[in-house]
Every structure is written in C-alpha cells, then in structure tokens.
Design a protein around this ligand. Structure first.
Ligand SMILES: *Cc1c(COP(=O)(O)O)cnc(C)c1O
Length: 668
C-alpha cells in the first residue's frame, strides 16, 4: 500500500515536471494572415506609437528609426546603425545611447514648467536637479550637465560616493547641488566645504540626528551651511515604489522633529540657513491623484515652516516620481495617467494656491526627476541565438492497429477533428496527453512511442488552433492550447545585467524586432536569456490591442545566415547600475550616438567587461589562472597525452577567452 502511494506521488511529480518540458510549436500570427502586412500593422502590433513618444518609429524600410528631436527631423535607422557598429567590431549585445534624447527630455520638462509658470503668473522660477543614482555613468552625467547648462540643471546625490561625483562634475554657475541620503560627519563637512568652491550645495536633513552634525560642522568650519528639511508625508504614493512615503517611510522628519528642528536652528541663530523643504513620494507614480494629494500635504509643510519664522525659505523640492510610459496603456503601474505638462501645471497651481492663501512668497520650484530624463535615451540591442525548434507542424507516421491503443486514439482525434466535435476532441486530447506521460513513467510506452505522442499532440493542437480561430465560440480552446504552443527564442543578453527590474519588480519594458517590420511575424515566443537561471527570461509583453499584458511576443522566423535583432527600449533609468553579474555576464558594449545632417557620429565607445574583469570581482587573478592551465598542460605533455603544439593552442585559447567578451560572439 505504502509503496503504491509513494509511486503514485512520484508519478504525479514526474507528470508535473515533464509537462513543463513539453516542446512547443509555432502558431500563425496574425489571425488573418492572407491580408497584406505593412509597417503600419507592425506599429500597431508592437504599440510603438504609444510608448515610443515620437522618438521611435518604423520607417519605410521596415526598420526602427530613432528621431530624437521632432523639430530637427534628424533620424537614424537603428538596424543600419547596428550593422555599422558590428562592422566596427563592436559586439552585441550593445547598449546604444542617444544624448540627443537626453537633451530633448531636459528641454521638454523645462518647457512644461515655463509654460505653467507663465500661465499662472507664478513668481518663482523652476530648475531641475538630476539624481545621479538613476544612472551614474560618467559620459551620461556629463551630457546632462552640458545640455542642462541653459536651464540651470543641477545634480542630486544620495550617498558619499555620489557626493564626490557631483562635486567633481557640477560646474554650472548657480545650479544647485542637493545632498540627500543618510549622512555622517565626513559627508556633511565635505558638502559644507564645497560652498567655498562656489558650489550651490544644500544639505537636506533626512534623519533628525544629521541636524546636530550640521550645526557642529558649521561651527567647526566657521561657515553658514545651506540647509533643507525633508518632510515625511502621511500621503502614500502609488505604484511599485509606494513604500518611499507614508508615516513609516525610511526618510524624512516627522512633524515633531520638524518643529524641534526649527526651534533648534532658531536657538543656534541659524534659522536663516533653512532654505528648502523637500519631499519625495517614490518613483514612477502612475496616478496624478496621488501626486496632487502629496503635493498638497508637502506644500502645506512649506507654508507652515515659513510661518513659524523660517522666512529664508525659498526653494520647494518636490522630489522625483514623474512617470515614464513604458507600456503605452495609460493605466498600469508601468504607465501613467497624466502628461508631463499636467504634472507641471499641478505643481505650479497647487503651490500658487496654497502660498497665496497664506500670503507667502512663491518659492522657486526644484524637481528631482531622474527616470523621466534618462529612461528613453538608451536601447539594448541583441541578437537571437536560436529557437527551440522542436515544433512539429506535420503529424508523425500514421498509427496502425499494431500500435498501442493510446497512439491509435490520438490518430483518431487527428483524423476526426471538426468544428462540431472540437470541444470533445480538446478534452480527449488533454486526457491522452496525461496518459501518455504516465504510461511512459510506468515503462509501458518506450521513448519512441512517447516522442510519437508528443509529435501528434502538437499536430493536433496546431490543427485545432487553426480551426478554433475561424470559430466565434472557441476562445477558451485557443487560450488553453496557447499556454504551451509558443516558442522560446534564445537571446544573447542577460536579464539580470540589462533589465534587472523586469525580474526584480515585474517592471515592463517595450521589446520588439528592430527590422523586418514589413514582414508579418509568424511565431509567438517568450525570450530566454543566456543565464542558467529559470528567471532569466522575458514573458510579459505589451498587448496594445487590449491594453493588458500578454505572455508572448509575435516574432519572425530566423533566416539562415542573417542575424535577427531585437531591441529592449527605455532602459536608461536604473537598469545599468542595478544590473548584476549573474553567471558572470558583465557590462555590455555601449556607444554614444549623436545625429547629424549627414547621418550620425559615434562619440564614445565604452567596451563591455572582459571575462578577466568580471572574474577579478570574485577574486580570480588572470595570471594565476593561466599559470594553473600551463602547469596542467605541462604535466600532460610529460605523460604524453598532449603534444606541445596542442598545449600551445590550448593555452592560447584559454588566454583569449579571458580577454574576450562575456557574451556569445560569432565565430570568425
Ligand atoms: C530616487 C530618487 C529620485 C528619483 O526619482 P525618479 O522617480 O527617478 O524621478 C528623486 N529623489 C529622491 C530623494 C530619490 O530617492
């Protein structure tokens, strides 16, 4: 009895496991494949018009083109660019950055605020600070400082190392440096001393204890520090980063601490050092309602602190959170239900109303939008290595009376399937599939027989899906079968290195082929990366038709001798620095591309990590490793199992491997 139960359990387990291993088959996309395909249809299919924000579109050649600035009409063909880069020896996966898009984003947010300020006759000014934690790559921060010069764009830091970066890079006169994050004496003293370099540094008190350190440091250095208070709002944000605000959030001063802080500064004769009130309710806020309610609470803190006598206050820093529309739906957590202009209007009008009500001068507005500025500017382009083409469109040889009854049953279903009995056939098919797996486990079906049943399963599923598509009431069958009838495309990239948020927080990123968009895609697929981690995959995609997400992406078949390139878009914010070395896949090659009248220029090429570099993070030394291989080779030469020529080749290949790219490369 016991044994029987145990074996039943095991069978159950095995069935579960093997079910997941069942190979998949291609099904036809779109529903009506006879219609002429067009780039317009690809646009709709991949939703590029909604998430592309006019920076990305499909050109007449059926390739994605990048148009950073709508006014200038400059464009570059992303597929041709990729080919050009490969010709130069730059390797896929490639991170392609467009500084022109950064400039467009800086201009856009500044224009939105100028417009809002003019329309409301608001008395204060606007200036942004870029929080470098969103992407600290030197070339990128330098580009932002350069393009932000006309707009007095400042920088924000959230840690000691970031402060040191910001102090070195920020040289725009009158642009702010905002110091957030948890601080110690060293951080605070460095920040205060930077004022003597002419930097406009404001230290934001995130934790009450910091105020004491600031006051002491000010006395020690004999300098008037410029201070901000971060208020802890009760209003919660919304979206994936909702924990950044609310009464129990990590940062900010409670009302009790704010009141004590003001009194403390007053008694030290330093109340006139308090220049700024700050709050931040989290990143990627999807709803304008949350933004408005937190603004109302935050601005009220400003007016109240001012009325308590802190009349040197002149900045309100409303933090980040301005969203990016990753999926074009306008309704999900990866999207937003407002425009950047609405955001600017709401900030300005709420400030104006609440300040006028209390008769307080309008403060200068500071935002710390990071994601908004940098998300669009970089694209990850990678090639597809292969497809799990276990797909069988054609049925296997016909089963005969000599075959196992189960095989005959499947043969029967295949032959007799029609629109009238489709439901019955579907149920029988599911039943037969279960049985086949069990019979194999019990040793009744052999491997060839099991392979036959799988082949027939796919042939029937395929026939059934085609049939169901022409029917009005068979959606549940299509749904049921499509759970398994999709392909896996193996792709040359690492989710963990290049789009970690897709794994960590289920963040959506637009993904699509960057060429062949004049052709109808013929397959549905999920994307698997190079890591051995079963989480290393993308299987949540935008469905522009329904506004929801779907499990698979429509893709083209591979052509022999031709690469198939996909792009993941909007990866400029957070992904690079959060990316990790899972399975020792390192930074990808990166390039900066600027558009010109005659095409483009390659401003920077930043080679990705070599294997040696990645290994050194985990304490392997190039020399010791090569030495170990040399010694092993020497022993084998002595034993006679390796010739000297073979040893030379082996060591050479080993060394080349160490200095090579961590991703897969084409053979010469
Ligand atoms: C992360 C962070 C930001 C940036 O937020 P985005 O949503 O990327 O604009 C701004 N301010 C503070 C304090 C932050 O911690």
């Amino acid at each position: 009895m016991e044994i029987e139960k145990a074996s039943e359990k095991l069978t159950e387990k095995l069935t579960e496991k093997t079910e997941n291993l069942i190979p998949s088959v291609a099904i036809e996309v779109p529903k009506n494949s006879e219609e002429q395909w067009s780039t317009e249809k690809s646009s709709e299919l991949y939703g590029i018009k909604s998430w592309g924000s006019d920076y990305f579109r499909i050109n007449a050649n059926g390739n994605v083109s990048v148009t950073p600035s709508i006014n200038q009409k400059l464009q570059v063909d992303l597929y041709e660019l990729t080919q050009d880069l490969l010709d130069r020896g730059i390797r896929a996966p490639i991170m392609i950055r467009f500084p022109d898009i950064l400039r467009a984003r800086v201009e856009m947010i500044n224009n939105c605020f100028s417009k809002a300020i003019a329309e409301h006759s608001y008395k204060g000014t606007y200036s942004g600070v870029y929080p470098i934690k969103v992407n600290q790559q030197r070339h990128l921060v330098e580009e932002l400082v350069k393009h932000g010069r006309d707009y007095k764009l400042g920088l924000e830091c959230g840690s000691k190392p970031e402060l040191l970066v910001v102090l070195a890079l920020m040289n725009t006169p009158n642009s702010l440096i905002i110091c957030n994050g948890f601080k110690d004496q060293e951080y605070i003293e460095t920040a205060i001393m930077s004022q003597k370099l002419g930097r406009q540094t404001i230290i934001v008190v995130d934790r009450y204890e910091e105020l004491r350190i600031i006051i002491e440091a000010a006395k020690k250095l004999n300098t008037r520090p410029r201070i901000g208070f971060r208020a802890k709002l009760n209003t919660q944000g919304a979206g994936k980063w909702v924990d950044s605000s609310g009464a129990r959030s990590k940062f900010g001063l409670t009302t009790i601490e704010l009141v004590e802080g003001i009194e403390n500064l007053r008694s030290e004769g330093m109340l006139d050092c308090l220049e700024l009130i700050h709050f931040h309710i989290g990143s990627q806020i999807p709803s304008i309602q949350s933004i408005k309610s937190s603004l109302k609470e935050g601005v009220r803190f400003y007016t109240e602190v001012f009325q308590m006598g802190a009349t040197a206050l002149k900045y309100i820093d409303v933090g980040g959170g301005l969203g990016v529309d990753y999926d074009g739906t306008g309704s999900s957590d990866s999207s937003m239900n407002y425009s950047e202009q609405e955001y600017a209007n709401d900030v300005v009008s709420i400030l104006q109303t609440l300040c006028d009500e209390k008769n307080i001068p309008h403060p200068h507005i500071v935002t710390e939008s990071g994601r908004f500025l940098v998300a669009h500017h970089s694209i990850l382009v990678f090639n597809v290595m292969g497809i799990n083409n276990l797909s069988r469109w054609e049925p296997p040889r016909s089963a005969t009376k000599a075959d196992h009854p189960l095989l005959q049953d499947l043969q029967y279903i295949y032959e007799k399937l029609n629109k009238d009995n489709i439901n019955e056939c579907y149920n029988d098919l599911m039943q037969a599939k279960q049985e086949a797996l069990q019979l194999f486990t019990y040793g009744v079906l052999n491997l060839q027989q099991r392979a036959w049943t799988e082949g027939m399963y796919f042939a029937i599923s395929n026939k059934m899906t085609q049939m169901a598509r022409t029917m009005d009431d068979a959606d549940d069958i299509i749904q049921g079968l499509s759970q398994e009838l999709y392909d896996t495309y193996f792709c040359n990239f690492s989710v963990f290195q290049s789009v970690p948020d897709s794994w960590a927080v289920g963040q959506m990123f637009p993904v699509m082929p960057i060429h062949r968009l004049k052709e109808s895609p013929t397959r549905n697929a999920t994307l698997a990366d190079l890591t051995c981690d079963s989480d290393g995959k993308l299987e949540k995609f935008i469905d522009p038709e329904t506004g929801k997400t779907k499990r698979t992406l429509p893709l083209h078949d591979l052509k022999t001798g031709e690469h198939y390139f996909l792009g993941v878009f909007l990866t400029g914010a957070y992904q690079e620095i959060l990316g990790d070395l899972h399975n020792l896949f390192g930074d990808t090659d990166a390039v900066h591309i600027s558009l010109t009248e005659n095409g483009y220029t390659l401003d920077h090429y930043i080679p990705g990590d070599t294997v040696t570099e990645v290994l050194s993070y985990v304490q392997y030394r190039h020399y010791a490793m090569v030495d170990s291989i040399r010694n092993a080779a020497e022993e084998s030469i002595q034993k006679g199992s390796l010739t000297k020529q073979e040893a030379k080749l082996l060591v050479k290949q080993y060394e080349e491997g160490l200095s090579g790219y961590t991703y897969l490369e084409d053979s010469e």
